[in-house]
Design a protein around this ligand. Sequence first.
Ligand SMILES: *[C@@H]1O[C@H](CO)[C@@H](O)[C@H](O)[C@H]1NC(C)=O
Length: 371
Amino acid sequence: MTVFFGAVGPRRMVYFAICMVLVVSLYLALDKRLLLTRLNQLSIEVERRIQWWNWQDTPEEISCRAAHNPVISKDPIPNIVHFILLAGEEKEVDMSYAHFLAIKAAVVRMNAAEIKVHTYGLNTANQWWKEIEKHVTLVHVDRNEVQAAPGLSVSSMALAHQADLLRLAILAREGGIYMDTDVYTFKPFTDLLNNPRDAVMAHEGGNRYGLCNAVIMARPGSTFISKWQDSYKTFNPQVWNEHSVRKPKKLQIQFPDLVCPLSPTVFFWPTWAKAHVLYMHEPITPDEAASLRANMTAFGGAMYENQLAFHAVAAHDYLSTLSPKVIQERDTRFNILVSCHDSVRTFARVGQGRDGPGSTTPHHILQTLTT
Ligand SMILES: *[C@@H]1O[C@H](CO)[C@@H](O)[C@H](O)[C@H]1NC(C)=O
C-alpha cells in the first residue's frame, strides 16, 4: 500500500476521485431519463410495475395534452383517421362487431375529415362492413409494396408486424391519426392537432416503459416516423413489443423534440395487465356504474379527465363475444363506455339497425350517422 500511494501520490488519488464523482453525476444529470427508461423496460415483474401509478402527469405530458395555437410554419396534423384490417395471403378479412364499434366510435366522435380502412382484402358482403361502408374510405394495399425490414419479406412476417410497418408507411406519406381496431375513441383529438412537434404518442404503463403504437399521430414526413422506420434494420421478430412499444420510447428519450408524449390515461389506461382487463370487462355493480357515468357526464363521455380513447388490449375473449345485445344487457365499464354518452345504449343500437324507444341520442350524432 505504501508503495502504491508512494507511486501515484495521495493528491492524484483525490483528483481521480473528484473526476469520477463528476463523471458519474454528469451521467446521472444528462441521462437520468435514459436510465429510468432502461430500468422501466427490464422484463422483471412487468405486470406489477405497469399497474403502479400515482396519477401525477409529468409537466411535459401536461403541455403535450394541452391545446396549442396553430404553428405558423406548419399545417396541423391531418384529422384523418387510419385503421388497418389485414388477413393472411389469399384471404379476406371479416369485420367483427368489435372492429365495427371501434370504427363507428371514430365516425361518430372524432369529427374527422376522412376515415380510411386500409386492407389487403376485405369481405365486403359482411354485415358490419355494410353498416359502416358509406362513412369510410376503403384503401386496398398491395402487400408487396409494404417495406419490410432488410432481409425480411413482408409476407414472412407475422400479420401484426406487417401492420406495424404499414402504419408507419401510411403516416410517413399522408400523416394523420393511426388507430388499432381495438381503440375506442370518446371525443375528437382537436387539442393535439396543432402540436408543435410532428408526432404525438402516449405512454403505456404507469411506469411509462413504452409509447404504444396502437395510436400514433403525425404530420406527413415526420422525422420521428422516419427514424422509427430506420430502426427496423435491427428488427427481431422474437422480441414481440420491441419495435412497437419500447423502441419509440427509446427514440423519444434520444430525440425529445420530435415527439410529444402523453400521459397513460389519454389512450392506454387501464392497461393490458390482467387485473385491469377484468376491471374493464367484468360486470360491475349499479354503484360502480353510477360513478363511471358521473365521470362520463363530467368528461364528455370519457372515464378520466384527460382521456381521449381507450385501447381494449388483451381482451380478445371479451371482444369476440360482443353483440349489440351483450352491449345493452351487460353492465361492464367497457360496454357502458362504448355506448352513447347518455345512459341509453343508442350507439350499439345503431349497429343493430334500429332505433329503439326512449332514445335520447343527441340530434347531431344521429345526423352524422345517417349522412
Ligand atoms: C373518475 O375520474 C377521476 C379523475 O380523472 C379518476 O381518478 C377516477 O378514477 C375516475 N373514476 C372512475 C369510476 O373511473
